[in-house]
Design a protein around this ligand. Structure first.
Ligand code: PEP
Ligand code: MG
Length: 589
């Protein structure tokens, strides 16, 4: 069977299909017969963990609000429903697919049944199922942090068939294992198309429903030159693919090449740091050639733990990261969780005491990040002491998340001073440590000039800045398409923060997902940013793309873009400019 699409990167490759449904963030891949057993055990382990977490939340909620505990009873019951985990186990066994995919399939089956129901109460139960399935998937993901990790276990000869493939996702894929890709979506894929060409990976887009029609493990030829893919190819098709594939392997970059710092074609140095969640991510950050850790999301040390690490354990962990990265700098962000996440994660005796999660009001816009830390000085001071102790072992910075006012910053700085005083009393005065804030709430962006007077650095967190600036709940699919990094308001805000930092001569970096998208990255450089932090896998591609472009041309591009009124106009300008800029140098066809 041949499916016609739009060839966006030339070349022919063959491989076994791995299906990625990026919108649901699930990967579907075929597992070998001997992996069925371990896969079923993984599923069962996820059920065990989910049960323990739910029982725990239920127990704590019922002490305060018995009327709410039935919500968790329902989820606990569902966990034992034969239509859920056992059904997912059947799918793993029968279709020989990974457990995440099986769980997602079961969710679809459940939703279809619930949607048919006349009773609105029952219809609303889809939300509970979604919540539970989300928990099962979260527990299946334990220890797996990035899509690149998800793709780690693939065979060398895979091709990726996806509903869509955004550049930030594509930038994280290990293209030494994935030979080529094809996507259903054809719109908005130009960023990915540019990326595919710069990686020399054959690609066909605009295939409509290929990700539905193709089975995981099916043999596929992707012919980017002929704008088609061949499902179950003949021997002749395969021979042609084999012949051409040799010419289309991405070049292995050597150690020296990876360590080379990023710069634009006209010599503007760009600092590329890595975002990490776990100490184990350090290896990936160093391999990718990160100049430092621009964002360590410390709250991940809470995830899955039965009890929050005490000061010594936190110190050991921070120390490991700082020493592992030395002499490069590590920016440790203090815990960024909300009430619900804190309640779900903190179950140990130390932290359960005195903790009263408000299950009804807990939200991502409520007590979260620094606000929550300031209401829990006991937790906060422990964390700050642990970080300050780790500063003895290398270069680190402290960063506060979710700051919306100068008062909060002052309170937080006072806590740093108090934590340092605790250590001094113990006979170990810590070294001075730079303190900065994440600018990720519009109020912080608008008062960046005021905040800049009182901090040592800024980090712009566009993931949150975009959703709060545009009032878009990303979880609500009816408005999620309005989540738009290229909205003129976002670009103006970024520029405003960059200028406020320049005036006070403090460093400013940007660590949101936006930086992982090579096309958006170029525009951010045009807006005057020269420091970024991104998922490690995105760093080599960012370097490659930046090396092809001139900073002066990107600045001119940004000036033009800032005069445009709509996202569409901005996208068109960006595409035209990047296409033209790279073509001038003969980099892309
Ligand atoms: C951000 O908000 O842009 C950010 C990097 O932080 P997080 O994604 O952890 O909220
Ligand atoms: Mg954030």
């Amino acid at each position: 069977m041949r499916l016609k699409g739009i060839g966006v990167s030339p070349g022919v490759v063959a491989g076994r299909a791995v299906i990625l449904i990026q919108r649901a963030q699930v990967l579907r891949y075929q597992i070998a017969a001997e992996r069925v057993g371990p896969e079923l055990e993984r599923l069962e382990e996820s059920r065990r963990r989910s049960r323990a977490q739910l029982s725990d939340i239920r127990a704590r909620v019922s002490e305060r609000r018995p009327e709410l505990s039935s919500l968790f009873d329902a989820q606990l019951l569902m966990l034992d429903d034969p239509m859920l985990v056992p059904r997912a186990a059947d799918i793993v066994r029968e279709q020989r697919v990974n457990a995440e995919w099986a769980v997602q399939q079961v969710f679809h089956e459940f939703s279809a049944v619930f949607e048919e129901m006349a009773d609105p109460y029952l219809r609303e139960r889809t939300g509970d199922v979604a919540d539970l399935v989300g928990r099962l998937r979260m527990n299946l993901r334990r220890g797996v942090s990035t899509p690149r990790d998800m793709l780690r276990e693939l065979d060398e000869s895979s091709v990726l068939i996806a509903d869509e493939l955004t550049p930030s996702f594509a930038a994280q894929v290990d293209w030494t294992k994935v030979r080529g890709f094809a996507t259903d979506a054809g719109s908005r894929t130009y960023h990915t198309a540019i990326l595919a060409r710069s990686l020399d990976v054959p690609a066909v887009v605009g295939l409509h429903d290929a990700s539905q029609r193709i089975q995981a493990g099916q043999l596929i030829v992707i012919d980017g030159s002929a704008s088609e893919i061949i499902v179950d190819p003949t021997a002749a098709d395969l021979a042609r693919a084999a012949h051409q594939a040799e010419d289309h392997r991405p070049a292995e970059t050597g150690e020296a090449e990876r360590r080379r710092p990023a710069q634009t074609a006209d010599g503007q140095r760009i600092r590329l740091d890595a975002n990490i969640e776990f100490p184990d991510d350090l290896a990936a950050a160093k391999y990718a050639g990160a100049e430092g850790i621009g964002l360590y999301r410390s709250e991940f040390l809470l995830s899955g733990a039965s009890e929050v690490a005490d000061e010594d354990r936190q110190y050991e962990l921070y120390r490991r990261i700082v020493e592992g990265m030395a002499p490069r700098t590590v920016t440790i962000r203090t815990f960024d969780v909300d009430e619900e996440q804190l309640a779900g994660r903190m179950t140990g005796p130390t932290f359960a005491a005195g903790w009263e999660p408000d299950a009804e009001r807990g939200s991502r816009q409520g007590l979260r990040g620094l606000r929550l830390s300031l209401t829990r000085p006991d937790l906060f001071r422990v964390q700050l002491r642990a970080i300050l102790r780790a500063a003895d072992h290398g270069s680190l910075r402290i960063m506060f998340p979710f700051v919306s006012s100068v008062e909060q910053l002052r309170d937080a700085r006072a806590m740093v001073i108090a934590a340092a005083a605790d250590l001094t009393r113990r006979g170990h005065a810590p070294p001075p440590v730079p303190v900065g804030v994440m600018v990720e709430i519009p109020a912080a962006a608008y008062t960046a000039d005021l905040l800049a007077r009182e901090v040592d650095f800024f980090t712009i967190g566009t993931n949150d800045l975009i959703q709060y600036c545009l009032a878009v709940d990303r979880a609500d699919e009816r408005v999620s398409r309005l989540y738009e990094p290229l909205h003129p308001a976002i670009l103006r805000m970024i520029l405003m923060v960059r200028r406020a930092a320049s005036r006070r001569k403090i460093p400013v970096s940007l660590c949101g997902e936006m930086a992982s998208d090579p096309a958006l990255l170029t525009l951010l450089v045009g807006l005057g940013l020269t420091e970024f932090s991104m998922t490690p896998g995105a760093i080599p591609v960012a370097k490659q793309v930046l090396a092809e472009l001139r900073c002066d041309e990107l600045r001119a591009l940004a000036r033009r873009v800032l005069r445009l009124a709509t996202v569409d106009e901005i996208e068109r300008e960006l595409l035209a400019a990047i296409g033209k800029l790279t073509m001038i140098r003969g980099v892309t066809p």
